[in-house]
Design a binder for this molecule. Sequence first.
Ligand code: NAD
Length: 466
Amino acid sequence: MSDYPMTINGRPELGNATFDVVDPATAAPFAKAPICSPEQLDDAVRGAGEAWTRWRTDEGRRRAALRATADVLAGAADELSALLTLEQGKPTAEAIDEIADSQAWFRYYADVDDPAEVLQDDETAHVELRRRPLGVVAAIVPWNYPLTSSSWKLAPALRAGNTVVLKPSPYTPLATLRFGELLARVLPPGVVNVISGLDDLGPLLTAHPQVRKISFTGSTETGKRVAAAAATDLKRVTLELGGNDPAIILDDADPTAIAETLFSRAFENNGQVCSAVKRIYAPRSIYARVVDDLAAIAASRIVGPGSDPRTQLGPLNNQRQLDHVAALVDDARTRGGRIAAGGARIDRPGYFYAPTIVADVFDGTRLVDEEQFGPALPVIAYDDLDATLDLVNSSPFGLCGSVWGDADRAADIAAQLDCGTAWINEHLVQPPNQPFGGARWSGIGVENGVEGLHGFSQPQTFYRPR
Ligand code: NAD
């Protein structure tokens, strides 16, 4: 029997079948999660559809419900963060941060104002641009930040007047299932449904005729399948997909001064962040120092189970991801890449890989071209800044990027990056008011900010003659 129920139309529901949830720090199963049947999926979507008719009518109530949701998260922070560490692998401190971040999203969307825009107000007519909710939203999230990525969807979707069926990743269903149970105490039945299952559940959810919007975060490969599923029924779709963010260092930067920040922006959550720094371009004049400083930090990091308070970097989340990172590093090594730190699995149970810096690699190597999504960072030497800009802008990925050095000069370069977020002397700073989305293969549409709220509504022009 499952250890955690789904929440369907306000009721806790176990599945007829279950799947194992594995602790990445031991590679051993430690809990079971329910497999949602097609009938239960239908109940969840139908329940969300019925709840929508009333939920959409009272914005004041929705704002209050979002505040109550933030309070629920705060009240359950210890329990939820412990679950996150167990199923995801991240250190306890990062799991606690994830709960705090999630609360911030609910509070932001409880408070933000989004009045109708007056387009015309004269002797002929009063014309406004208003927003209407879409209906039932399918929210599908990955395993790296189960609760934050759920909150990025739930908070704006609910505030805009929609109801939601949320599906966590099969690798990390538990904290989200528990969150759903807790939410049933403060939200009307059906407003948020949480279902779990294996990878065949996503396609069933995206194909459901009553779903009107799909908000998906995950890999580019799956995102393309979701887009195809949405197209057959013209469902609205937002896709937050993979990234391969470049950090470009300028020749006036001080490598030692920026090394700690750069490292942490690449290795947060053990590199399993869509918008982490995934490749560094450093000018040849300071290249050796950049590599040495990053390698020294990598070698000093304490890797271990997330539940150990000394741990700075936990395991990867799953065997597939560990194998992927190891394969990219091995490939770089065979192509002449120099392993400046790490470069191997750690010999202990669980999905551990040593924090790795790979020097003397180039575009055209898998570790540089593909998304590693793990603790292995390539550092590429460059001679020509314009050519480097052309290179990063020609990547199929276009999530975020950053430029490091004199702030004015860096701002000029950052303004030429063809991506969704460009930072100057920073990376990975993502508060709830900043729209976030990707160019090209990194996604369609944006989350967060008022722009993200608009992704959960249908614009309506409202024309009243004088
Ligand atoms: P994934 O694409 O394998 O899975 C994501 C979710 O989609 C899971 O819940 C999965 O069960 C579900 N799914 C699988 N097949 C589906 C289908 N055919 N239809 C509908 N749903 C389906 O991704 P992952 O491995 O869990 O996550 C890692 C990826 O997510 C990385 O590429 C990372 O960059 C990306 N990501 C992007 C962002 C962003 O905001 N841009 C944020 C976090 C992660």
